[in-house]
Write a new protein. Sequence first.
Length: 315
Amino acid sequence: MTAQKGLVFDIQGYSVHDGPGCRTLVFLSGCPLRCEWCANPEGMEIRQQVMFSTTKCRHTNLNCTRCLDACHQKAIELSNDENILKIDRSICRNCETYDCTNACFYEAIRLVGKWMSVDELMEIFNRDRQYWGQGGGVTFSGGEPFIQKDFLLEVLKKCKKAFIHTAIETTAHVATQVLLDTFRYVDFAFIDIKHMDSQKHKEKTGVGNELILNNIAALANSDWKGRLVLRMPVIRNYNDTDENVMSIIRFMKKLGLFEINILPFHRLGDSKWKQLGLNYLYSDEEGTSEEKLDHIQDLFLDERIACYVAHDTLF
Ligand code: SF4
Ligand code: SF4
């Protein structure tokens, strides 16, 4: 048994896009970056949070007030003008009971994030492994898995002891030695590279890129035996310029890295931002065009770098 607990905001089985074979995907809460386009904003904070869906809520048509009545801290109130619920999330921050989530019959208000032990996760992996088939395993995603570095390391070690293939999806924004020590237990990695200009990186993610680039270089120059595929979300008028792509290409070639996965922008995170009471800046942004993806892919291919688009990474 182990006492270490980690905050997990989702677990998905049968994932086939996040590493070789069929996998169990574990989303760990907390992230040091604040990417404006984030598709999993419920994983940004390392704390439990309430998500509220106005479309599922039955207050307007059934006059339900169950969550209002359940909240002893009076964090929920009716908005006078719109007849909808308003949640004062500054009060919820200190909530210990989350009574509102238990009161709602319609899952309109729900709690995100569950504290789980390493052994609880291992139980799930041991249950799922019969469905993975050959080459499958576990992938840790987020948020940023390294935010919970001690928990991550412990569960990775247990996976290796159980002969489970391990993968990680990370920003690599973590102390270099922590990354290298942890990667001893990692077989496959996707590492994000968002912008080669540190100032521009900071503009839309909240942090510069120096630590991330240094860590990619440190990993490439280490004796790590796993496989690394870089990942680039394609954001219009931000990182989709030839100049930025060519800069990534030079960086990769210098390090002897020859695989990248480019991810088209999509708006799937839109409703999640709203359910968290957050402002999403990309509500009106179109998805990345086929032409742009083709063009960026060609730039990489011209330099003999394998460039996988969206879910087409070859495992
Ligand atoms: S999370 Fe707690 S404080 Fe917030 S609405 Fe629910 S019960 Fe009230
Ligand atoms: S309990 Fe659920 S359905 Fe009822 S008002 Fe609250 S959020 Fe809406």
